[in-house]
Write a protein that binds this ligand. Structure first.
Ligand SMILES: Cc1cc2nc3c(=O)[nH]c(=O)nc-3n(C[C@H](O)[C@H](O)[C@H](O)COP(=O)(O)OP(=O)(O)OC[C@H]3O[C@@H](n4cnc5c(N)ncnc54)[C@H](O)[C@@H]3O)c2cc1C
Length: 417
């Protein structure tokens, strides 16, 4: 397969662009694989890639009911960060950020990682105290972060109204400098291309409709819209549809599926060169390379599988933008959409075994699993290949809901993750 480089771009420029290979193969499904992964989002594809690369397991298929990246991995607002409170979360998400830092080189695919920093603003003394505790925890966890004064916030984000009479006066904030954004499609396509090169079969338009178990209860095959496929081991990485698949396999997950919306404005000249998150409103904003403002906010607070989202949330999020940056009041919005996110009560992921022998799981990332794609894939592939959890993934096992060892990030930091 062609290696992407400045040289290959130049060569193909002279060659009429005739020499490019398809980025990944699209084979017919085989009747049996050693490992079948359900879900061709970032986590499913990264799991397949690390199974092949780290563990030499190549008889692997990723089954995707639509097109790869058509779920949340292609619908998110692309923020990457590791600003977590508890050491368990910090280890997981910072491992992911470190993998992101070398991912373009590793995959030979430009994921457009831009570590432009993320500024979290506080709007009350209570917020400020939470932020100070949060920054203390981050630094103790080995993830550098600094508190900012109101003047420092204003210097970094001149658009913000920080006056004491503002609807949301800014009392300061904090920054993680290594946070930023990456191009979501590129992450999905980069993992798909690299996994396919290593022999993984990526099978799109292949919906899993049933999970077959042996008399002893082990998962032995999946029924799909393209026929029955036997599997030695099976993994689910289906985000908001994890409960549907768990139901097919015969167990229940502590997950509620909600719509989460995102918005993009018309392209503007550069107006913000960092990521901003406002603690009081949950609104966050960054600017894409094309100039569009990429904006998100809180969940639509009723369970749903509809990828649309409702109007009160549109009003709240856009209201929060205009209240805090009045000069954006006349910017026009081009697009709005939603994805279905998999929310767990303690707002931490579920990684590893399920109660069903031969069935593994990667889910529960909720509103924040894009940044975790490299780590999620690494951890699940380790468990599938070796039969035991990676030490970083151990605290995130499903059994924590029986033992009570929950890792409640939302309660600790004051915002949903
Ligand atoms: C609007 C929005 C903004 C977000 N912003 C951020 C952000 O800024 N930063 C961040 O870190 N995270 C963010 N997230 C969360 C992040 O997008 C997700 O946590 C992450 O993409 C989940 O990846 P995944 O691979 O697990 O799921 P997905 O990408 O959803 O992939 C799951 C795949 O499984 C497939 N599937 C489902 N059922 C079946 C079946 N029966 N058979 C076969 N295939 C099936 C689906 O079609 C889908 O493609 C956001 C999410 C949304 C919706």
């Amino acid at each position: 397969m062609t290696r992407y480089s400045a040289w290959s771009v130049l060569r193909e420029g002279f060659n009429g662009q005739r020499g490019w290979d398809p980025a990944w193969r699209s084979p017919e499904p085989k009747p049996r694989y050693d490992i079948v992964i359900i879900g061709g989002g970032g986590h499913g594809l990264a799991t397949a890639y690390y199974l092949a690369k780290n563990h030499g397991l190549r008889n692997v298929a990723v089954l995707e009911k639509g097109w790869i990246g058509g779920g949340n991995s292609g619908r998110n607002t692309t923020i990457v960060r590791s600003n977590y409170y508890y050491p368990q979360s910090a280890k997981l998400y910072d491992f992911s950020l470190k993998l992101y830092e070398n991912l373009s080189r590793e995959l030979n695919y430009n994921i457009m990682l831009s570590q432009r920093g993320m500024v979290t603003t506080t709007h009350s003394r209570h917020d400020l105290e939470s932020a100070a505790r949060w920054v203390g925890a981050m630094n103790a966890n080995g993830v550098p972060a600094q508190m900012l004064t109101t003047a420092q916030v204003k210097r970094r984000i001149p658009l913000l109204d920080v006056s004491p009479t503002a609807r949301f006066p800014v009392l300061g904030g904090f920054v993680q400098e290594r946070a930023g954004s990456a191009r979501h499609d590129a992450v999905v396509w980069g993992y798909a291309r690299a996994a396919s090169q290593l022999g993984v079969d990526i099978i799109q338009n292949c919906e899993v409709q049933g999970i077959e178990r042996s008399r002893e209860g082990r998962v032995v095959a999946v029924q799909t819209s393209r026929g029955r496929i036997e599997s030695g081991k099976t993994a689910m990485a289906a985000a908001g549809h994890s409960s549907v698949l768990a139901d097919m396999a015969g167990f229940r997950l502590p997950i509620t599926s909600y719509a989460l919306q995102a918005f993009v404005s018309e392209p503007l000249k550069p107006v913000i060169d960092t990521v901003l998150l406002s603690l009081a409103t949950g609104m966050y904003i960054s600017q894409s390379d094309k100039g569009g403002l990429v904006i998100g906010g809180g969940l639509d607070l009723y369970p749903s599988y509809a990828q649309r989202g409702n109007l009160p949330v549109v009003r709240n999020v856009i209201g929060a933008v205009v209240d805090q940056m009045p000069s954006l009041g006349r910017a026009r919005f081009l697009r709005q959409w939603a994805g279905i996110v998999d929310v767990v009560q303690d707002s931490s992921p579920i990684l590893g075994e399920t109660p069903i022998p031969g069935l593994y799981i990667n889910c529960g990332w909720g509103t924040g699993g894009f940044k975790a794609i490299p780590a999620g894939g690494w951890m699940l592939s380790h468990h599938i290949a070796t039969g035991s959890p990676h030490p970083i993934a151990e605290p995130f096992a499903l059994r924590r809901f029986f033992t009570g060892d929950l890792i409640d990030e939302a309660a600790a930091s004051g915002i949903a993750h």
